[in-house]
Design a protein around this ligand. Structure first.
Ligand SMILES: NC(=O)c1ccc[n+]([C@@H]2O[C@H](COP(=O)([O-])OP(=O)(O)OC[C@H]3O[C@@H](n4cnc5c(N)ncnc54)[C@H](O)[C@@H]3O)[C@@H](O)[C@H]2O)c1
Length: 346
């Protein structure tokens, strides 16, 4: 067991609250400071306690002045828009998790070093010293050197380990990735402009993404390939991608269609996937299933990636189709908390 760390959360939205719940459930590292623009602390307590996706959180969760009282502990809450201006050291924070999605915070994170052991950014951050994705890069992680650490995006946490293993064994000539991703908080309930989470107050040119999130499958570009290339540089230039925002609250899927350099069989592909799973020991990175399941069955699953071998198909031994599932909130946030163990061990 690594020594416990004192954690500050910047951004108490979907990912921030999932991380808070996982920290509480594991009971090792301690949440000691929350910073979120929402100045209504009672509302933050309510949102942590009652969750449409994951249900009610048991135990004490309430507002206590400018703090949250959670399971007998008082966690101060501030409302500073700039991550670099928050008084993290007042609460003795060792690691800040940046989970606002605001690019300016990602860029200002470095100002917190060396007052802090590290800052984890819950995004594919080009400014980071290292991108930590379990199943792909964790062995190269050096917490003494890598202080601004990106935990990438949920899609790349699922896809990159699988791509790395397949490329090493069969060679990938080229391919397509199609992700199906649930709606996100910045989308619209009714048709409107497409709002940017990264640059608050601005809209962007993905007009389709501004359409009613509950009414349509919304095709859109995605950054999954760039994020995977940062993790597995040897696949650079081989893949193209697109995504659909789908009208569900949680659980994503990735559909890989890959042309292989070397001929494969279903058995040899399964062998690679099982070896990848085994390489992770007890860590919940890869799960393999052949049950006839649907997305909701994976809700609350802590794995980064569940490989659905029902849809493993080979065309003439060289064209491979593979379907992956991942709880884009819980699975992803579980890895962010796992990353704290590596920081603590450093
Ligand atoms: N939701 C997912 O499926 C998912 C998965 C993996 C990674 N991520 C990444 O996690 C980050 C957060 O996404 P989310 O879905 O939790 O978003 P969200 O909108 O649910 O939460 C963002 C929170 O940050 C707060 N906030 C916004 N600007 C702030 C600022 N300047 N200072 C302090 N607080 C501020 C908001 O009030 C909100 O509570 C993004 O970078 C996103 O790409 C999201």
């Amino acid at each position: 067991m690594t020594p416990p760390l004192r954690i500050g959360l910047n951004g108490f939205g979907r990912i921030g609250r999932a991380i808070a719940r996982i920290l509480l459930a594991r009971g090792h590292h301690e949440l000691v400071h929350i910073n979120d623009l929402n100045a209504d602390v009672a509302n933050l307590a309510y949102l942590l306690k009652y969750d449409t996706t994951y249900g009610k959180l048991g135990g004490e969760v309430r507002a206590d002045g400018a703090a949250l009282a959670i399971a007998g502990r008082r966690v101060p809450v501030t409302h500073q828009p700039d991550i670099a201006e928050v008084d993290w050291s007042g609460a003795g924070v060792d690691v800040v998790i940046e989970a606002t999605g605001v690019t300016r915070n990602e860029q200002h994170a470095r100002a917190l070093i060396p007052r802090m052991r590290s800052v984890l950014v819950t995004h594919a951050a080009p400014t980071a010293d290292f991108t930590l994705v379990f199943g792909a890069t964790e062995k190269a992680f050096d917490p003494a050197q890598h202080r601004i650490v990106s935990t990438s995006i949920c899609d790349a946490c699922a896809v990159a380990p699988v791509m790395r293993a397949l490329h090493a064994r069969f060679g990938v000539d080229y391919g397509f990735i199609t992700t199906l991703h649930p709606w996100l908080s910045y989308q619209n309930l009714m048709d409107g402009p497409s709002r940017s989470q990264a640059y608050p107050g601005s809209t962007h040119s993905h007009y389709a993404l501004g359409r009613a999130s509950v009414g349509s499958l919304i095709p859109k570009p995605t950054t999954v390939v760039g994020a995977c290339e940062r993790i597995v540089p040897e696949i650079t230039g081989l893949l193209k991608s697109m995504s659909y925002r789908v009208p569900t609250a949680c659980v994503s899927s990735a559909d890989l269609s890959l042309h292989l350099e070397r001929e494969a069989t279903e058995e040899s592909v399964l062998e690679v996937l099982h070896a990848l799973r085994a390489s992770q020991g007890t860590r919940e990175v890869i799960r393999i299933t052949d049950e006839p399941l649907v997305s909701t069955d994976y809700l609350g699953d802590s794995h980064s990636c569940i490989i659905d071998t029902r849809w493993l198909m080979l065309n003439r031994g060289r064209q491979l189709k593979l379907v992956l599932w991942y709880d884009n909130e819980w699975g992803y946030s579980s890895r962010v908390v796992d990353a704290l163990d590596l920081v603590a061990a450093g």
